[in-house]
Design a protein. Structure first.
Length: 69
């Protein structure tokens, strides 16, 4: 079973690709390096909600969080 960071990374990767951006381009929009974006997408970086919100904004998306039972 994937970890929450891996699942979040996969969602980030899918959203980035849907937006037609490379990791480098997303990093530039966020003010971080391409390698940092790679870590986010690989699930190797714990992300704060604030960072996830910054990613969403850089992708032109809205962040929604909900709990599913």
């Amino acid at each position: 079973m994937p970890t929450i960071t891996e699942t979040t990374g996969k969602l980030i990767r899918e959203a980035r690709k849907a937006a037609g951006l490379t990791q480098k381009e997303l990093g530039e929009k966020m003010g971080v390096s391409e390698s940092t974006v790679n870590k986010y997408e690989a699930g190797k970086q714990n992300l704060s909600i604030e960072t996830v919100e910054r990613i969403a904004k850089a992708l032109g998306a809205e962040l929604e969080i909900y709990f599913k039972k």
